[in-house]
Design a protein around this ligand. Structure first.
Ligand code: SF4
Length: 169
């Protein structure tokens, strides 16, 4: 890992894919590893498989200190896949409302962004931002693990900014 213009440049390869990711080192307000909760709203499971791939040793999102949790009260990041519909909207609101401030929401995949292929369904309201504020959008159908990791890293930057604003009050 090298430092360049205030960013840590992390280079790594996954099978035949080689990519570079920038990690903002100025996360002074985060005193511990940020924890993430994932909710599959009403996806086809394509994006969920890619989210799981991020947790495998191949992509290893935990290298950024991010840990997957099932408890919203312990979560800093809320990762949503799939569209919002009349049946799951209460669950999404419940998860979001139980998370402590500050919190960051990541919409993964076109379904979580806009409703995607489910947008014309009779009970679909659209993307996650129809219900809760979304901070980071990760496009794709399905979203690729590289994109999801990029979105999570961006979310860590947003989380740090929110910490700073909260502590400045
Ligand atoms: S964006 Fe594509 S892969 Fe992801 S849940 Fe929607 S239809 Fe499935």
């Amino acid at each position: 890992m090298d430092c360049c213009f205030g960013f840590w440049i992390r280079e790594y390869s996954c099978s035949d894919v080689y990519f570079i990711i920038e990690v903002n080192p100025v996360m002074s307000y985060l005193k511990r590893s940020p924890w993430l909760i994932h909710y599959d709203a009403s996806s086809c499971n394509g994006c969920d498989i890619e989210v799981l791939a991020c947790l495998t040793p191949v992509y290893d999102v935990e290298r950024f200190g991010v840990i997957n949790t099932g408890n919203p009260k312990q979560a800093d990041l809320f990762l949503v896949t799939g569209s919002v519909n009349e049946k799951n909207k209460t669950v999404i609101e419940n998860i979001y409302n139980q998370m402590p401030e500050p919190k960051v929401v990541i919409a993964v995949g076109i379904c979580a962004i806009s409703g995607g292929i489910f947008s014309e369904c009779y009970n679909v309201m659209g993307g996650a931002d129809k219900l809760i504020p979304v901070d980071v959008y990760v496009p794709g159908c399905a979203a690729r693990p590289e994109s999801i990791i990029d979105g999570v890293v961006k979310a860590l930057g947003v989380l740090d900014e929110k910490y700073k604003k909260l502590n400045a009050k």
